[in-house]
Design a protein around this ligand. Structure first.
Ligand code: C2E
Ligand code: MG
Ligand code: MG
Ligand code: MG
Length: 284
């Protein structure tokens, strides 16, 4: 009986595998075309000061809406682009688009941009980023680059050199998704970071799980001692915002403040949520 079922399963599996492979090839081909035809866009999500709800910057997030495949998550196509060697082309286009859009924002706002681990293994990354900023005319002091712990560890010497070169030019470095993955507190001892982004996993449980609250408190205390700025990621409601502010977290980001939006909607968001408030604060 099990043999019969086994045979059946073999047929089913090979069909599934064939379908899966076909989809993977389609996805790769579509991604290649999307990069060549400049179809991947960049959206922006606000980062605010929790003390006064004022916007301090925006994180650029890649968006791909394919005619055939529909919406494809960057969590899917960024790793695929890395694997297939497209990440440089993709990232250069996205940084150029993001920096061009950010030229229309108030000068005191920063642009945060995600770097992938493959880019931290490529010694050409720092000069390529600075060249793009130069061409666009975007001040490196207004750029922050978000990287993850795994990215720094995978090719430590090259990564450290790239980060040092970028910081020397005024670019600031954020440690993204802090507290997840292959976390190593020792990384913070290298003093290569300016900012830590507390992962959404802790933020979303901060009012329901004592352990998460203690972890966030510990991260905040550590960042204060190490003179690192802190952003809480994935704030979705008022209660989370209030709790994080009361714990002394300086900055926040999440759907509660704004979802990622295209460059036009971002300018509208600034008009509705920034200029008037910032002006009031200045004249007060
Ligand atoms: P990330 O850098 O940690 O970005 C935060 C992710 O959380 C984004 O997902 C954002 O849309 C989402 N998010 C923000 N606020 C909330 C919230 O309140 N609730 C929930 N549930 N989610 C929230 P997204 O845009 O799908 O990006 C996923 C990941 O893909 C990013 O994680 C980043 O690692 C990567 N990524 C996105 N754009 C780029 C890019 O241009 N280059 C590189 N290398 N990676 C990128
Ligand atoms: Mg990020
Ligand atoms: Mg993150
Ligand atoms: Mg992430």
């Amino acid at each position: 009986r099990s043999k019969r079922r086994g045979r059946g399963q073999i047929t089913v599996y090979s069909k599934e595998i064939a379908q899966e492979m076909k989809r993977a090839t389609q996805l790769e081909q579509a991604l290649r075309n999307a990069i060549i035809s400049n179809a991947i866009d960049v959206h922006f999500q606000p980062i605010v000061s929790l003390a006064n709800n004022l916007i301090v910057g925006f994180e650029a997030l890649a968006r791909w809406n394919d005619a055939d495949l529909g919406f494809v998550s960057p969590a899917v196509f960024v790793p695929l682009a890395e694997e297939r060697g497209f990440i440089d082309a993709l990232s250069e286009t996205l940084l150029r688009k993001a920096a061009e859009a950010a030229l229309s924002w108030p000068r005191e706002l920063f642009l945060s941009f995600n770097l992938s681990s493959a880019q931290l293994m490529d010694p050409g990354t720092s000069s390529s980023i600075l060249a793009i900023l130069g061409r666009v005319g975007f001040d490196p002091h207004r750029l922050e680059l978000e990287i993850t712990e795994t990215a720094v560890m995978s090719s430590a010497d090259t990564a450290h050199r790239i980060i040092a070169d970028l910081r020397a030019a005024g670019v600031r470095i954020s440690l993204d998704d802090f507290g997840t993955g292959q976390s190593s507190l020792g990384r913070l001892r290298d003093f290569i970071f300016d900012k830590v982004k507390i992962d959404r996993a802790f933020v979303s449980r901060i009012n329901s799980d004592r352990a998460s609250e203690h972890i966030v408190k510990a991260i905040l205390a550590m960042c204060e001692g190490l003179d690192l700025e802190v952003v809480a990621e994935g704030i979705e409601d008022y209660a989370e915002a209030v709790k994080l502010r009361s714990l002394g977290c300086a900055m926040g980001q999440g759907y509660y403040y704004g979802k990622p939006a295209d460059s036009v909607a971002t300018l509208r968001y600034l008009h509705e949520n920034y200029y008037e408030l910032a002006g009031e604060r200045e004249s007060a």
